[in-house]
Design a protein around this ligand. Structure first.
Ligand code: XIL
Length: 354
């Protein structure tokens, strides 16, 4: 058996993918579902467990798609990463509008967040392996800092929850999640955590490190740090020792780590502006650069016995979020399989490393 999950099992590592429920559905793309179940032993719903999906109308939870997904995963002996409880993005319209126009004030917002975490974590109690309790709370160094810092100077909390509730919402979220499912592993999840300090993305790693260290010292129930791993042929390119040192700093705090959303995007041809097609001209070297970044993260994970899982954010370019998200300049080709389900160098590299 040369499947990724069989290869990963030799290392006691779980290998996963985000799942696009439209492609996965019975009326979707049969090859997609077959591959999810053949290749992966942990899965994450790409969107179906986000607040906007679960509670589109205030007070009315729509559990159907998420329940079907989680139950199907359990039938297939896959562990589920729950994504996501507390995030500034993909909130239901009624909630973000209410916070923005002030009709939902601090006390009500806090009660709503508490209610949401309690309801969702209780609903899935016993079925979720790792929960992303707080996602992307820290700004990147190049962003305009919000007014609120938890300490340190290089990062700041992304506005929505921090500005509304104050920075203690992070600790609160973990406590509420623990109370609702004491057995699930509770993660802080973010991007640009692949390496420490370089005046660029690494400064965020330091800020997050200081934050989780403080949370641990305060007895806040946090079990792990998820490093998303959204890299590009132009971003990342760390060496494997930088990447493994970053994981080690977190695991030295007694935390688990996981790569939770790995993909490695490339510049694509731009029909509107042929001068920005840079490395898309040479597909072979583009694929090789993407494979290098996949290798660095996977190898670093294998070098750390507290690195529990390696999850890619989609496994085929056919359904990747990248082209929809990174349009100017256009990027794509971030997955292990291409849009025709053909293996790429990144896949060969992952297989060979496992
Ligand atoms: C992305 C999904 O892939 C898209 O389908 C959606 O439109 C936007 O969100 N970090 C995260 C993920 O934590 O939830 C995001 O997923 C990608 C970035």
């Amino acid at each position: 058996d040369q499947s990724l999950k069989a290869l990963a099992a030799r290392h006691n590592l779980y290998i996963g993918t985000a799942v696009d429920l439209n492609a996965y559905a019975d009326a979707g793309d049969p090859q997609y579902k077959t591959m999810v179940n053949q290749q992966f032993n942990t899965v994450t719903a790409e969107n179906a467990m986000k607040w906007e999906s679960l509670e589109p109308t205030r007070g009315v939870y729509n559990w159907g798609p998420a329940d079907a997904f989680v139950n199907e995963a359990i039938r297939n002996r896959q562990l589920v990463r729950g994504h996501v409880l507390t995030w500034h993005s993909q909130l239901p319209g009624w909630l973000s509008a209410g916070i923005d126009d002030g009709s939902i004030g601090r006390d009500e917002a806090r009660a709503l967040l508490r209610q949401h975490i309690t309801t969702v974590v209780s609903h899935f109690r016993g079925k979720i392996w790792q929960w992303d309790v707080v996602n992307e709370a820290v700004s990147d160094p190049w962003e305009t800092p919000s007014a609120i810092h938890l300490g340190g100077n290089t990062g700041s909390f992304k506005q929505k929850w921090a500005d509304t509730l104050g920075p203690d919402y992070v600790a609160d979220a973990f406590r509420w999640a623990r109370a609702a499912d004491p057995k699930a592993l509770l993660f802080y999840n973010d991007y640009n955590l692949e390496a420490f300090g370089d005046g660029g993305p690494g400064d965020k790693t330091q800020f997050v490190y200081d934050m989780v260290k403080r949370l641990r010292a305060q007895g806040v129930p946090i079990d792990g740090v998820g490093s998303q791993g959204h890299l590009g042929t132009r971003y990342g390119n760390y060496d494997v020792f930088q990447a493994s040192e970053a994981l080690e700093r977190f695991t030295d705090l007694g935390l688990a780590v996981a790569f939770t959303e790995v993909d490695v995007r490339s510049l694509m041809k731009n029909a509107d502006d042929p001068t920005v097609d840079a490395n898309s001209a040479d597909e072979a070297s583009r694929d090789q650069a993407a494979a290098y970044n996949h290798w660095v993260l996977l190898q670093a994970c294998l070098m750390n016995r507290h690195c529990l899982s390696f999850t890619v954010w989609g496994f085929t370019d056919k359904y990747s979020w990248i082209p929809n998200w990174f349009k100017n300049p256009p990027e794509g080709a971030g997955c292990l399989w291409d849009a025709n389900y053909q293996p790429k160098k990144s896949l060969r590299t992952v297989q060979g490393t496992l």
